[in-house]
Design a protein around this ligand. Structure first.
Ligand code: LR7
Ligand code: MN
Length: 572
């Protein structure tokens, strides 16, 4: 409900024709003419699902922005809805394969033009913003591992079609050792026809962090812009990013990331009042949060850059010179994860700023699972995260380590990164928390933390806290002493929580996990002198079932099944 869907009439109405659009119009007329000509040639052939693919097969040169029928599938960012029941068995197989290989609906994507139009989703105030006359140019680096053809090339064309040519130095496609055939020779041939686009390839699977470093090493633009390989840049996405960097190279900036639906490829976006900024939880996962008041209060206009404690990681621009000074990325990080928080902390702690730019919009396909292979036998996300915690988080790293009972494992050598931090003379993590993210819940303020063990049986309160487990009853499980799903904190206002999930009781049999609301009520608990856990609202106590498997709420009686040991209790 935070997302807008296309309302093209209103947008058309809002739209003023300025110089650039006039230029586009002229280009479009020329492109139309070429396409009409081609249509005359193609009349004899059956209609192709994807005219771009057809053109590729015919090995024709591509005009940068060909005419696309406004009624074609997905135009204007609209949804492509496929009735699977109407597909032939062959098509059904294609459909399923597409989902299986990509974790999004490739079949739908293949029906959409590589040049599809998107609505102009900028707030009207964006058009009044002025940028410096001379903006830096940018290299756009897109790393991919086994990306779908139509999705990758739509990313590329959306960059070319919607970036002022003088600001787009080049597009660097970094192939992280894909094995899909279309990403080999066919991609080389296709890209050879596009100005400014080149492909570089890793010699083995490196993961997205080292792939980005390879892109960095060949880039020549003044600014580096990283994008995931399944994005679509909306009208006017680039200028606001470069404009902000032109003011000060230490501004690291990200666009507003809209959602391209994984099933219908519908493009949705956020208007200024719906924008979220980046946060993190103590398991070092990235998350979104509403713009905090201490950030909002300092903004003069709703289209001002919005300071963000962290970034999602995939879509951002940074001065190439500044990226170099800052120490680029940690090359010891593998495959996926951690690099976004590492760079976020580093930017803030070492003198830069991280902002989301409300006038810059780029869509990204958010997926529900990762379709590609990871390393076997290593938890790479954990390893990457420990590397960043060791280097940047000072004593705060322990809150993360508590989550897995300090079972660090082998995280490699971080001496170089520690030296970097020293060389850059960066602030402490404590400074970061107090100055950039002051409303962060710091577990050190917790009254108690760790596992909650029943006295009656060696069983602990256990639940995975994520969207899938919200509302589900919390249960008991044999204590495993590894933190994880048995790690809980008692906050000063009586919440028993992990990250944003709180134990919540509203009567009846079970306790559930519910998003923390900070309003006490059903989420207020007391860990009392007699080691009972008391729910003030209902005046009941937590109790395990006789077999120790279930967690229930009963009238307080002081029986062993109501006695709990919390791993750590802070002295009161
Ligand atoms: O081994 C790999 N090699 C790669 O080149 C694994 C991945 N990749 C590529 C991949 O093809 C894709 O283009 O890296 C990119 C990111 O991988 P995704 O799209 O599978 O993951 P994601 O979108 O969940 O990734 C988010 O978190 C990552 C943490 O390491 C990176 O920072 C991604 O860039 C980031 N994506 C975004 O920030 C987009 C917004 C998502 C949100 C929130
Ligand atoms: Mn992605």
């Amino acid at each position: 409900n935070h997302i807008h869907f296309g309302d093209s009439d209103k947008l058309k109405h809002d739209r003023k024709i300025h110089a650039e659009e006039k230029r586009n119009l002229v280009n479009k007329i020329e492109a139309d003419r070429q396409v009409q000509e081609r249509h005359r040639e193609e009349k004899a052939q059956p209609p192709a699902k994807n005219d771009d693919t057809l053109r590729y097969k015919k090995k024709e040169a591509l005009p940068s922005r060909p005419y696309v029928d406004p009624n074609a599938p997905g135009e204007g960012g609209k949804a492509v809805v496929i009735d699977k029941d109407k597909l032939s068995p062959e098509e059904k197989k294609k459909f399923d394969d597409g989902w299986q290989k990509n974790a999004f609906n490739q079949y739908a994507s293949d029906m959409i033009s590589l040049h599809r139009t998107l609505p102009d989703v900028r707030d009207p105030e964006c058009k009044d913003l002025k940028y410096k006359d001379k903006l830096p140019d940018t290299s756009v680096v897109v790393c991919f591992h086994n990306e779908a053809w139509s999705v990758l090339l739509r990313t590329v064309h959306s960059i070319i079609d919607r970036s002022p040519p003088h600001l787009l130095k080049e597009i660097i496609l970094v192939d992280d050792f894909s094995d899909m055939d279309h990403l080999k020779q066919p991609l080389e041939e296709y890209v050879a026809k596009l100005e400014k686009v080149k492909v570089v390839r890793t010699k083995k699977r490196e993961g997205l962090i080292r792939a980005r470093l390879l892109g960095y090493s060949v880039a020549t633009g003044e600014v580096l812009t990283y994008l995931d390989s399944h994005c679509e840049c909306a009208e006017g996405w680039l200028e606001p990013l470069l404009g902000r960097i032109a003011e000060d190279k230490r501004h690291v900036v990200a666009p507003v990331i809209g959602n391209i639906n994984d099933d219908t490829l519908q493009f949705a976006w956020f208007s200024p009042d719906q924008i979220h900024v980046g946060k993190f939880d103590w398991d070092l996962t990235f998350n979104w949060m509403p713009v905090p008041s201490y950030v909002k209060d300092k903004m003069k206009s709703k289209v001002d850059p919005i300071r963000s404690p962290t970034m999602a990681g995939g879509l951002f621009s940074i001065s190439r010179e500044y990226f170099t000074e800052l120490g680029t990325y940690d090359p010891g990080m593998d495959i996926w994860g951690g690099e976004n928080l590492e760079l976020s902390f580093r930017v803030w702690m070492c003198g830069g700023t991280l902002e989301i730019i409300p006038c810059s919009h780029v869509g990204h396909i958010f997926r529900k699972r990762s379709p590609y292979k990871w390393r076997t036998g290593v938890n790479v996300v954990k390893k990457n995260s420990i590397r960043l915690a060791e280097v940047w988080m000072d004593e705060y790293k322990n809150y993360y380590y508590e989550r897995f009972n300090y079972d660090l494992g082998d995280y490699g050598d971080v001496t170089d990164r520690k030296k970097l931090r020293e060389r850059l003379q960066c602030h402490s993590f404590d400074w970061f928390v107090k100055n950039v993210y002051p409303d962060l819940f710091v577990p050190g303020e917790a009254l108690a933390s760790g596992e909650i063990r029943s006295k009656a049986k060696p069983m602990c309160i256990d639940s995975a806290v994520d969207n899938h487990n919200y509302h589900k009853p919390v249960n008991m499980w044999p204590c495993h002493n590894q933190g994880g799903n048995q790690y809980w904190m008692l906050s000063k206002n009586g919440e028993i929580r992990r990250d944003d999930g709180c134990l919540d009781y509203s009567g009846g049999e079970s306790v559930i996990v519910y998003p923390c609301h900070g309003q006490k009520g059903n989420q207020e608990w007391q860990y009392r002198e007699d080691n009972s856990i008391y729910h003030a609202n209902t005046q009941k106590c937590m109790e395990t079932s006789v077999d120790g498997q279930k967690l229930t709420m009963k009238t307080c009686s002081g029986v062993d099944r109501q006695i709990w040991t919390w791993k750590r209790k802070s002295p009161s």
